[in-house]
Design a protein around this ligand. Sequence first.
Ligand code: ADP
Ligand code: MG
Length: 253
Amino acid sequence: MENVVLHVDDVHKSFAGLHALSDVDLDVREGETHAIIGPNGAGKSTLLNVCVGRLKPDRGAVVFDGDVLTGKQPHEISQLGVARVFQTPEVFPDLSVLENVMIPALSHRDGAFKLNAYYRISGEKVLRQEAESTLEDVGLAGQFQDLASAMSRGDKRRLELAMCLIQKPRLLLLDEPTAGMARHDTNATIDLLKKIKAGGMTKVIIEHDMHVVFSLADRISVLAGGRIIAQGTPEEIKENPKVKEAYLGEEQV
Ligand code: ADP
Ligand code: MG
């Protein structure tokens, strides 16, 4: 039996009578890349927001490596090693690219910085180097001093990814990480996510672009109308008639 790190158990979430999520069960195994796909409005972002504590489910629970996340605050969930990239990039617009990446690292290592002046300065130096190398990994070398507000949407997404990676999370949740990117940037992101996968980090990726999904996913769950209608390997999902039906009028699976 594979080790399940994230367990979504019977989650239900309504917005003013609209069932955004109904009876959702999902297991994510250690080290896998698990894609969640589905038509617009299927409930994908709602599910991710429930997992990271931004939304409270009406029923059910989310468990991460033995810890019940439901009822915890987003920062508590982040401290447990869960990082996320939202559908709309959230960066600090008035700070530089480098400063943006240093912030999450600093807040995770706050204790060390309180020790004394020496550790403050030497620690900050190490942190700066780490931030620079993380930015190089996501393809933002040479833009360290740029103001985050001046970046393109695609670059902001890479910056947000760097802000997650520097926390060295155990679980990374990505909501449409290639949205707003040109094809060559999308391919660079696929390569980067493959590299992260080789490092063994568990990932949940919500994605509309089927090229991205089939390049990265070990397993896929399909949401439609707030319900999981299919789960399986990419090959199984491609052949599933329910999935084809759910996507009628949308892009081809
Ligand atoms: P997806 O990410 O799959 O496109 P969402 O999870 O964003 O879908 O939305 C699922 C459904 O819930 C949609 O019908 C959407 O309009 C609704 N919804 C999402 N968030 C809210 C909210 N905060 N208030 C009211 N309705 C919402
Ligand atoms: Mg969404």
